[in-house]
Design a protein around this ligand. Structure first.
Ligand SMILES: [Zn+2]
Length: 410
């Protein structure tokens, strides 16, 4: 004969239900493919007070209705835990409260183990796929996900942050953005907020305030030449210096160079299809591109001159800090007299940002790190597809970029 008691013990230990709770009944609803497991507490059991923690509280009354939690599937069966929750009356604080249980968070409809399962899936695959796989609405899954991410984010140590790189990244079509703040020393994303205007600095201030980090602790920012970033930093962090990302500077040079090429192409058809010949570094050109480049280089082209200006500015970043300012000024004089409209405009803009560009020679800060992070963000975007709210997307960024340890009970 089967020993039913033993049966329950198996459930009990597999479920990790601690005393005084035990499994007293289970029921297989074959049609619904559901296993119902009923849990109750031993008669006379005492609980600690959910309010003040005092041990040895006696049960005051019991709720009429079962509470239920979805648990890990039992083979092909969805598993539902059922329990009627007792309330205790505390002798110490006098409150009457529903007891706290170990297998689930208060208010949640999932057991903790089920939540961990969902989390591990959500960092691996698109949320829509997870929702299909476990048969739950994605809104509920996001709620779980955000709960654990928020907890993990709270634990990120920002007490020593002093150098911050910031950059915006698109979160969907239609020009919606989030701005990321990265601690340059720990290389962690410490803050993400919707938008890319000057107010993101205000948000960052509030974040630092909430962490008890004085604003004056932030000595350096690295960002692109976005006027709103600059205005925000100057307003909110007047003591901090700004280093403009040199990759961004080079991107602007490439854009100006490409404009020159496009203009000249009207009179010089040889320039057609030569865009990448000028934009890529010479050592990265394919054989046929090299061929083309060799021919074009020897012609007396405006594009060729703009190209040499680009190389020259690139070279500046290999020079010593000592000569950097002189180098920049000479480059500026050359570009401003080039009679190439796009290069003149660029030179003016770079001159207006000269301090921040040359600051690199001191801080060596770039947003190169953020380029790598950005590719992870794009992966997060794919996983968060249909993420519904920016909050969900931001939670996914924190989790995947920082490789957060989400399952960290406090
Ligand atoms: Zn109490």
């Amino acid at each position: 004969m089967r020993d039913f008691q033993e049966d329950y013990n198996v459930f009990q230990s597999a479920l990790e239900i601690p005393e005084p709770w035990y499994v007293f009944h289970h029921e297989l609803a074959k049609k619904e493919k559901t296993l119902h497991i009923y849990i109750e507490y031993r008669r006379g059991a005492e609980f600690s007070c959910p309010n003040c923690g005092a041990p040895g509280c006696k049960v005051h009354d019991i709720q009429d209705q079962d509470r239920t939690w979805r648990h890990l599937d039992f083979w092909q069966y969805q598993t539902i835990l059922h329990a009627r929750m007792p309330r205790v009356k505390c002798e110490s604080c006098g409150k009457i409260r529903t007891v706290i249980i170990d297998w689930a968070r208060p208010g949640g409809g999932f057991s903790t183990l089920f939540e961990y399962h969902v989390l591990s899936l959500m960092v691996e695959m698109p949320v829509a796929a997870v929702a299909r796989k476990v048969g739950e609405h994605d809104t509920r899954l996001w709620r779980v996900f955000k709960h654990y991410v928020e907890k993990a984010v709270e634990n990120i140590d920002v007490s020593k942050v002093k150098s911050v790189a910031m950059d915006e990244t698109s979160r969907s079509k239609g020009h919606k953005y989030v701005t990321l703040f990265v601690d340059m020393d720990t290389k962690r994303v410490i803050f993400v907020t919707p938008g890319k205007g000057a107010d993101v600095l205000q948000q960052f201030c509030q974040f630092l305030d909430s962490k008890g980090v004085p604003r004056s602790q932030i000595k350096d920012f690295c960002c692109d030449m976005s006027p709103s970033f600059i205005a925000g930093i100057e307003r909110k962090f007047p003591e901090a210096s700004i280093t403009f990302d040199k990759f961004h500077v080079m991107k602007l040079v490439n854009e100006a160079l490409d404009k020159v090429r496009k203009q000249e192409q009207a009179t010089q058809p040889e320039l057609k299809n030569s865009r990448y010949v000028w934009l890529k570094n010479e050592e990265n050109l394919t054989e046929s591109q090299l061929d083309k480049f060799g021919k074009l280089k020897d012609m007396d082209l405006a594009t060729g001159r703009a190209y040499r200006m680009k190389l020259s500015l690139q070279k500046m970043f290999t020079r010593s800090a000592l000569v950097s300012e002189m180098y920049f000024d000479e480059w500026y004089d050359w570009a401003i007299r080039s009679q190439l409209e796009p290069m003149i405009k660029l030179a003016q803009s770079l001159k207006n940002h000269k301090d921040g560009i040359l600051k690199w020679f001191e801080t060596k800060m770039t947003n190169g790190l953020l380029e790598g992070i950005n590719s992870l963000v794009q992966a997060a975007k794919r996983k968060a597809r249909g993420y519904r709210t920016p909050d969900n997307f931001i939670a996914m960024i924190y989790a995947t970029v920082n490789k957060l340890d989400l399952i960290m009970e406090s």
